[in-house]
Design a protein around this ligand. Structure first.
Ligand code: ADP
Ligand code: MG
Length: 237
């Protein structure tokens, strides 16, 4: 435990919450601690990821231990892999039993970028990873379209839910990426509709953001249970 503390200090990782799992020393721990399959480690090597970034070191073990997470780390610090990695490890393989993970992004561009990163990381392993395009919101019937991980803006998910084309009752992971922007006026109601539609009682919800204003944290606390807070550097730098 002592060791975990000084290691966190070295990497500027600040945590709050009870029973927080120790941070990753390196990516090989994904294999020794979490039985990570080779495809993912190979993809990391191919993408030039040699060492986990601070947010990855701490947020990955938190999510893999089944805890919800508020994560705050600067732009460009690898938050995408911090939430994709636990999702890929927990889902294990493709399934046709409905959507199991939803990643909400505040803009279409960010959703598209996140979907690309997700597909690169999952390369070599069969997963159904879908970016919610305008076309899909209009025409897809998700009860017939296999989808493990759905990446979208809140608006498009809400639209598909309203059309009764998308059932989110089996979702195991809900990620609110760039959550400070998702909680801005105008989006917050759409986000709320998606949160409600993800009705699986054992869902894990997590927030990732570059800043964590108090108002966002307060709002978020109302939807999360026993969340671990992970902050890299300073809260609103
Ligand atoms: P954020 O969401 O925090 O702004 P991203 O997840 O978009 O950051 O990552 C920023 C860039 O860093 C991406 O190009 C990504 O592929 C790369 N990256 C992520 N993790 C690592 C790592 N451990 N080592 C090297 N590069 C990484
Ligand atoms: Mg990001």
């Amino acid at each position: 435990l002592e060791e975990g503390c000084s290691f966190r200090k070295t990497h500027n990782i600040h945590v709050s919450g009870s029973n927080i799992p120790s941070p990753l020393q390196d990516f090989t721990e994904l294999r020794s601690r979490y039985n990570c399959k080779f495809y993912l480690l190979r993809n990391l090597t191919e993408m030039g990821f040699k060492e986990p970034t601070p947010i990855q070191r701490q947020a990955i073990p938190v999510l893999l231990s089944g805890r919800e997470c508020f994560a705050c780390a600067p732009t460009g610090s690898g938050k995408t892999f911090a939430f994709i990695c636990p999702i890929l490890l927990k889902l294990k393989h493709a399934s046709k039993d409905g959507v199991r993970a939803v990643i909400l992004c505040p803009t279409r561009e960010l959703a598209a970028q996140t979907a690309r990163e997700c597909k690169k990381l999952a390369k070599g392993k069969k997963f159904y990873i879908k970016l919610m395009t305008k076309q899909l919101t209009k025409s897809a019937d998700f009860s017939k379209l296999p989808c493990d991980i759905l990446i979208s803006t809140p608006f498009r998910v809400q639209f598909a839910i309203r059309k009764k084309k998308l059932d989110l009752s089996k979702v195991e992971f809900l990620i609110l990426d760039e959550s400070d922007k998702l909680f801005e006026l105008g989006l917050v109601e759409q986000v709320d509709a998606v949160v409600k539609a993800c009705s699986n009682p054992s869902i894990l919800r997590s927030l990732f953001s570059a800043t964590l204003p108090d108002t966002v944290e307060e709002l978020a606390r109302t939807i999360m249970h026993d969340a671990v807070r992970v902050i890299i550097g300073r809260k609103n730098s």
